[in-house]
Design a protein around this ligand. Sequence first.
Ligand code: PMP
Length: 384
Amino acid sequence: MSFEPAGRVREVPPSGIRRFFEIAEERDDVISLGVGEPDFATPWAAREAAIDSLERGRTSYTANRGMADLRAAISGYVADRFDLSYDASEEILVTAGASEAVDLAFRAFVDPGDRVAVAQPSYISYEPGITFAGGDVLPVATREADEFRLTREALAEAGAEEAEALVYCYPNNPTGAVMSREQLEPIADFAREHDLLVFADEIYAELTYDGEHASIATLPGMRERTVVFNGFSKAHAMTGLRLGYALAPAEAIGTMNRIHQYTMLSAPTTAQYAAIEAIESCAGDVREMVEQYDRRRRFVLARFEEIGMPCFEARGAFYVFPQVPEGWDADTFAEELLTEHGVAVVPGSVFGSGGDGHLRVSYATGMEELREALARIERFVDGR
Ligand code: PMP
């Protein structure tokens, strides 16, 4: 016997993001534009609901699928905000963060050897999740010329017609790209034609700055082949409360719940109370945070233009994805920027194909810090 990692675990490298955080944590003069986490506190009403539930001693497990009141609230919320229609009793699973929902979907529907197309650059958890489930990752590189949107051409070029499923997130982490209903249509056509399941990570749906978020599950013939992931971490600034959910047809939710009921039992109870309140009374707080993110987004985009680092207009999430200046490689740029000027950003290569030569810069940071960080980046670039 030994604690030699199992083969599937050996296959997965340690997170490329962590390395930068570790350097950043050792110093106290570092401004971090590296993390994917709101700088706002959870809206007070949601925190108060959590406190109240604790005071009343409501600390037991809930139903496996989540509290009925919360599922009802989620059902109403997604209908109202995103035109999605999911039945509270059968088509919603409340999970420990969207992370658990993503992991469950891979484990529930990916067989060993199945190929899962991953639109990249992308959030870093999809590849390991697919590998842990025994599936094979099929990277689909999106291009800056398409503003990092997924296109039919990109899917065809990667051979995605051979895949069993497709996973993507829009609004996108790390690029900030969004996709409109019209732009999703060819993706939906492709999925129907080649019989792919679609795992649509919509955790940044509320953080859409130009127009409305569109979900692929609202397109004809797509609801029955799509699992939508969402949660409270981003828009409601609740990362540490660990609460998310999956939306899918009853059969799919039942299958995911078969794993969830044994591995998680139920999502955190205190967080479920906070989430009900977040939906019922925090829409105004969300709007205010979104307005502030939008202001910062415009500022950061304008500054990168002044600095001479080309940056397409990211319209969602809280990231921009500028190119490093000519002659630089992004890993070296990020490393020297951190060690010499104390600004942490993440090199785009960490996020898979198509990310080379770029940096992920998060603007979930106060305006003063953003101003100072961009001044440092400017000095760094001008000094070369
Ligand atoms: N999906 C994406 C695209 C994310 O950026 C994140 C968080 N960084 C997650 C899922 C996980 O969110 P949660 O906190 O709900 O697990």
